[in-house]
Design a protein around this ligand. Structure first.
Ligand code: AFP
Length: 328
């Protein structure tokens, strides 16, 4: 089985990018070990603190964030980092050629139930001669990403990674201590019969999403003429990994539950890196109204509606939004 670095070199990644990715993965290996230890290493449960998102921080959120932040900054390769767990960006090497934004532990509500969790990261170019302490250097569209990946902490620890030459899957070989290539080319089928959405929010969704899911739920007696199955892992990395492995559609749509916070998922360190991975695997990622990677960021913790996966389904949901907006 092929190791990560030669595959990245074959994909044209330069030595500094490979070194940065290996640094991020070294932190993820440590996180994987701690997650695997679970209650044995006292990492379960919550702290008494809240993060910038107003969420109670899990001990593993804090541990994962510190590991990634310290190791990435120590590499000297990055001008600054931005994390879900950090209110503002953290300056690094003024001559660093990269910026890294990351969700240190996606699905942290799953930590205490031994379910799937992950780390999501996005690598952007650092603007030349920029001020490392200026958060606006991160406000680049998803199309500017140089690389993106997630590490899934499950029965095995897996990596999905793209540098713009397709999406590949790797598995952590805990004996050798490195990630080995286990799926060269990932291709998401255009059609599917499996969807993932938190149905408990249905009554709060906009009309286009209500209509789309209502069609699916009518099964073969309904307008889609076939039965659909539903899954929800409550960790985006877990639901997206299933889609990379066997197809499907995932949505965390806009809901009007709390008009002040209509969207849940974060653009910079959830939607954009996952969108890059999904597009490079032949799928689509949209807000319902715009290609995710074209969204012009306004804030490092900006939230967006997310619809991704099988091309035909994403295009259908976008068309429902267009019809709805055209009637407004
Ligand atoms: P946490 O990291 O706070 O657990 O949130 C996970 C997440 O951002 C995303 O990974 C899930 O798809 C989604 O939220 C789960 O949201 P619900 O708890 O509303 O189902």
């Amino acid at each position: 089985m092929r190791r990560l670095a030669p595959v990245l070199r074959q994909d044209g990644a330069d030595a500094d990018l490979i070194s940065l990715i290996k640094t991020i993965l070294a932190a993820c290996k440590e996180i994987s070990f701690r997650v695997g230890q679970g209650a044995l290493s006292g990492v379960l449960g919550s702290t008494l603190d809240e993060n910038i998102q107003g969420e109670t921080q899990k001990k593993l959120d804090v541990l994962a964030n510190e590991l990634l932040k310290d190791m990435i900054l120590e590499s000297g390769l990055v001008m600054a980092i931005s994390s879900e767990e950090e209110e503002s960006t953290v300056a690094g090497n003024p001559n660093g050629q990269f910026l890294v934004t990351f969700d240190p532990l996606d699905g942290s509500s799953n930590t205490d139930i031994n379910s799937l969790i992950g780390t999501i990261f996005s690598i952007l170019p650092a603007p030349a001669k920029a001020d490392p302490a200026d958060p606006s250097i991160f406000l680049q569209p998803g199309t500017a990403q140089i690389a993106a990946g997630y590490v899934l902490y499950g029965p095995s620890t897996m990596l999905a990674l793209t540098t713009g030459k397709g999406t590949r899957l790797y598995t952590l070989d805990k004996t050798y201590g490195g990630f080995l290539l286990t799926q060269e080319e990932v291709a998401i089928p255009g059609v599917t019969a499996e969807f993932a959405v938190n149905m408990s929010n249905q009554r709060h969704w906009e009309a286009p999403m209500q209509a789309y899911i209502a069609d699916l739920l009518q099964g073969k007696e309904g307008p889609r003429g076939k039965n659909y199955n539903m899954r929800w892992i409550a960790a985006m990395v877990g639901d997206v990994h299933r889609i990379l492995c066997r197809g499907g559609i995932f949505a965390y749509p806009r809901d009007l539950k709390d008009p002040k916070k209509p969207d849940k998922l974060r653009l910079m360190y959830e939607a954009n890196p996952i969108g890059f991975i999904v597009e490079q695997a032949g799928g689509l990622c949209s807000t319902g109204r715009e290609r995710m990677l074209d969204v012009a960021p306004e804030d490092i913790h900006q939230r967006v509606p997310v619809i991704l996966g099988a091309k035909n389904e994403v295009n259908r949901i976008v068309s429902y939004h267009q019809e709805f907006d055209a009637c407004k």
